[in-house]
Design a protein around this ligand. Structure first.
Ligand SMILES: *[C@@H]1O[C@H](CO)[C@@H](O)[C@H](O)[C@H]1NC(C)=O
Ligand SMILES: *[C@@H]1O[C@H](CO)[C@@H](O)[C@H](O)[C@H]1NC(C)=O
Ligand SMILES: *[C@@H]1O[C@H](CO)[C@@H](O)[C@H](O)[C@H]1NC(C)=O
Ligand SMILES: *[C@@H]1O[C@H](CO)[C@@H](O)[C@H](O)[C@H]1NC(C)=O
Ligand SMILES: *[C@@H]1O[C@H](CO)[C@@H](O)[C@H](O)[C@H]1NC(C)=O
Length: 827
């Protein structure tokens, strides 16, 4: 009890400390026209502008509202009135983004009616307001970059006969990193989604809406930056689509996510979620808000605040964000974004260009296809919309793409490893035919150079892609200084080595903020694997998923190529299957791992508009975290691109021996079904606990795919399952599993299931194992039935027939040799 109480005290104390922690470096609060300092409701002290030194020469006088009542805000009982251009000047100690708030409360006194005010306001020469006038009390709030030591706010009456005025001024520094530049912010326009090329911090932003979704009005008293947040009800398009969610627990702030300065606790403690009346009806709808803005083609900065206060478990909530009807962010998984914590605040920024004449910014959230039917939901905790005042697109840089030309020799370490295996195999036996297969020179992967990450050249994302804006630590912010990596790994301490591969060494490390990471270091000085390095950054920075290993950062300094990933405690799946002393996994665990990996792959194939093919699925590229959650890793060979919208990608054959899709190396045409093939090999590997290729075995057993398929086709797969599993697997579960693996290994891609089907069937096998019940739902694709159309495994001779896909390039590249050898030995 005592300890609990103490803990409570400490917690409340730290909460208190945090909530009062923000003290701006520059902080000027002026009650204009008043005679004496004033303390306002939120306890801030405003000083008088008389004799303060802030006010410049010029014709001005102070005016007092004769009708002030004791309850009216004290700041609005006086005003400073200007009859000619006059300014306030503030000394800036800390350059950077500042908030400027101008309070206008037009009253009349004697001969003066402030409602007739009509004037311009400029800050350091940049126009904030022009021909401005107000009939009621207005607060104008701006965020602007002050890059010199003075901020001058100039008030200029529009004509000789008009006047300018202001009741109060606030100028204070914004928290550091309030806007993160070049954070890969998505620009949503009527044409779709692309990357916003300018720096947000160099824009002048005027706050238009600040909404506490699902909550009550929050006053400056409740907010660390003295902001006002208003409820969202009036903006909801269909009120009945939304239901308020509330928690009484304070948010769980995480490094890399939002802070109390991003938005106060109360914003994250309330939300609107889908109002699903009957979950078994699989309701699919969006919650939509319309926020009025100035009609026209204005640009707005939109910040959406999220905190998963509705889920009871991690990774159950997946939703989509739409802005003005465009998919702005697909399959948001707050569990991943907010570092695997529930109720952890996060925000995502967008830039929105409105259509001509459109007077609203429409924000919708809706359920993602990734969520289970019974868990479909979507939520939103807060919205801020700011207009980009005087937005000027900076001149477009040249769109020239610098391609990394992949020379034939650079196939990457994986190939070197594979070659070694191939060499052993070649020694062990010599067999038949050498089909004259000519392969295309390993194609350029077509990557734009790393300058992309500096935000200067054309983005890799093409139109229509759901460019996953990773938010505050966006992929442009993924660069990690080499010194930090040295520190994290104790200067690449050998005792921290956890693996090595074609690319180089992998070390365990701890980053400054106590995040455990895996550090993959390319051979220093060697540019081998450079394209893979870039591919991996490009792919992993665009996508985040619970079942894809996430990239923490990278370093490309001093001829180093280093990738930093989340640390996967339990290492590769393969180590838990054979060849080590690790305890064998149960059948249920194995199914969970396969389901996880399938989910990751399914997301890879379908999660973005382009689709991504992994190309190197194998049991060493499926990693397990401390809870045995599977994540697909190693995207160095992966391919994405609009080309996948067509039926295939023609490319040099790459991949790992024993897992390679035979159709792919025959026809040189890559589709997502090649991953399905490799995954089928993994499934058998999991079932039989032996390597995909084991040269020490007898000829008929060397190749797992071949050997297992024989047993499977004979209906005797149980004969070769891992002895550790013998008494655990229910026959019904094994049957579905075996059939699924078999379909994956179908000779022709078209006959193989999609990863979505594979996923469904594995889940089915899992259900059969865990509760023996049959699913009543209709199966999407009946891949488990005995499909008479499925061709038998075609004898290796076929390779010769189909291998003539000569494209005119006659170079025998290393990959050509590779596929030839596989043709000889693999089938
Ligand atoms: C203020 O009211 C006057 C008359 O009622 C109107 O002409 C003017 O447009 C209003 N100004 C603003 C800024 O609403
Ligand atoms: C954005 O800001 C960074 C540094 O803050 C600067 O190097 C870069 O030139 C800026 N880019 C543009 C387009 O202004
Ligand atoms: C916000 O501040 C007011 C005082 O201005 C206080 O009465 C109210 O309870 C606070 N609201 C919340 C949600 O904390
Ligand atoms: C929900 O819908 C299902 C299917 O139509 C129906 O059987 C069930 O009674 C409904 N439940 C409620 C609580 O309305
Ligand atoms: C949600 O809104 C988007 C954009 O308007 C639309 O494309 C999508 O079909 C909607 N989803 C549902 C389930 O209504």
């Amino acid at each position: 009890m005592g300890a609990k109480f103490l803990q409570f005290l400490v917690l409340s104390f730290s909460t208190f400390l945090f909530s009062t922690a923000f003290t701006p470096q520059d902080n000027y609060l002026i009650n204009c026209g008043s005679n004496a300092p004033t303390v306002v409701v939120d306890n801030r002290h405003f000083v008088s502008d008389k004799g303060s030194g802030y006010l410049s020469e010029g014709k001005s006088f102070s005016l007092t509202n004769p009708k002030t009542s004791p309850i009216s805000p004290v700041l609005y009982s006086t005003a400073r009135v200007f009859t000619s251009a006059s300014s306030y000047a503030f000394n800036i100690k800390s350059v950077g983004t500042h908030l400027v708030r101008l309070h206008f409360s037009p009253f009349s006194s004697g001969n003066y009616d402030l409602k007739n005010g009509n004037f311009d306001v400029l800050a350091n020469g940049i126009s904030l307001l022009s021909n401005f006038g107000a009939n009621s009390t207005v607060l104008k709030e701006f965020f602007l970059m002050v890059d010199k030591e003075e901020l001058e706010i100039l008030f200029t009456p529009a004509s000789d006969s008009s006047l300018a005025y202001v009741n109060a001024i606030e100028v204070f520094s914004a928290p550091k990193d309030f806007f993160i530049d070049a954070a890969g912010i998505a620009l949503i326009s009527p044409d779709g989604i692309q990357e916003f090329k300018q720096n947000v911090s160099s824009q002048i932003l005027e706050t238009v809406h600040r909404i506490n979704v699902g909550g009550s009005m929050l006053t400056p008293f409740n907010d660390t930056l003295w902001r006002t947040w208003i409820p969202d009800e009036d903006f909801l398009y269909f009120k009945s689509a939304a239901k308020i969610a509330r928690t009484t627990d304070p948010p769980n702030y995480q490094p890399g996510g939002a802070t109390r300065e991003t938005a106060p606790d109360n914003v994250y403690m309330t939300a609107q979620q889908m109002n699903i009346v009957n979950r078994s009806l699989n309701s699919l709808f969006n919650i939509t808000w319309d926020f009025p803005v100035r009609p026209g083609e204005d640009m707005h900065f939109v910040r959406l605040h999220f905190c998963d206060i509705v889920s009871v478990a991690l990774n159950t909530l997946y939703f989509n964000i739409y802005i003005n009807g465009v998919t702005a962010y697909k399959d948001v998984d707050l569990s991943v974004l907010a570092l695997h914590q529930l109720a952890s605040p996060y925000y995502i920024d967008f830039v929105v260009k409105n259509a001509k004449g459109s007077g609203v910014v429409r924000v919708s959230v809706g359920p993602s296809e990734l969520s289970a039917t019974l868990r479909k939901n979507a939520l939103l905790n807060g919205v801020e919309i700011m207009r980009m005042v005087n937005f000027v697109a900076s001149p477009r840089r040249s769109k020239k793409k610098s391609l990394w030309i992949l020379v034939g020799s650079v196939i990457g370490g994986i190939f070197v490893l594979a070659l070694a295996v191939v060499a052993i195999l070649a020694l062990l036996k010599c067999r038949k035919r050498k089909p004259k297969q000519k392969t295309r020179r390993a194609e350029s992967a077509g990557w734009t150079s790393l300058r992309v990450y500096g935000g200067s050249s054309q983005a890799t994302a093409s139109e229509g892609t759901a460019l996953a804006s990773p938010g505050p630590y966006g992929y442009f912010g993924l660069k990690i200084p080499f010194a930090d990596i040295q520190l994290a790994t104790n200067n690449f301490d050998k005792t921290l080595l956890i693996g090595s591969g074609g690319f180089g060494m992998v070390y365990k490390g701890v980053l400054g903020d106590n995040i455990k990471v895996a550090v993959k270091r390319g051979m220093p000085g060697s540019r081998q694997g450079l394209p893979e390095f870039h591919t991996e950054i490009t792919v992993l920075s665009k996508i985040r998923h619970r079942h894809l290993v996430s990239l923490v950062g990278y370093c490309e300094e001093q001829s180093e190529m280093i990738l930093v990933y989340e640390y996967m405690e339990k290492g590769p799946l393969r180590h838990h299957l054979y060849g080590t002393d690790l305890p064998p996994l149960s059948w249920k665990q194995r199914l969970e791992i396969c389901i996880g990996a399938a989910r990751g792959l399914h997301y890879l194939h379908t999660g973005s508009a382009q689709g991504i093919i992994h190309r190197d699925i194998k049991s060493t590229n499926i990693l397990l975290d401390e809870n045995y959650v599977a994540k697909v890793a190693d995207f160095g060979l992966s391919k994405s691109g609009p080309c996948l919208n067509e039926t295939h990608v023609s490319t040099g054959v790459k991949g790992s021996f024993g897992y390679l899709d035979p159709e792919y190396f025959r026809r040189q045409q890559l589709t997502d079904k090649s991953d399905v093939y490799s995954f089928g090999v993994v499934l058998f590997e999991v079932l039989c606990a032996r390597p995909a290729v084991d040269p020490l075995l007898t000829r008929d057993q060397v190749n797992l795919a071949e050997w297992a398929m024989e047993w499977q086709k004979k209906g005797m797969i149980e004969q070769i399952v891992d002895p550790h599993l013998k008494d655990q697997i229910k026959p019904s579960s094994l049957k579905i599993f075996g059939e699924t693996a078999e379909k994956c290994l179908a000779e022709y891609g078209v006959d193989r299931p999609t990863m979505g089907d594979v996923l469904w069937n594995l889940e089915y096998a899992y259900q059969l194992q865990t509760n023996g019940r049959k699913r009543e739902e209709h199966r999407p694709t009946d891949v488990t039935s005995d499909d008479p159309r499925t061709p038998m495994v075609v004898p290796s001779g076929r390779a010769g027939i189909d291998g003539n896909c000569d494209d005119g390039t006659s170079d025998i590249s290393t990959s050509g040799v590779f596929s030839q050898l596989i043709t000889n030995e693999g089938r």
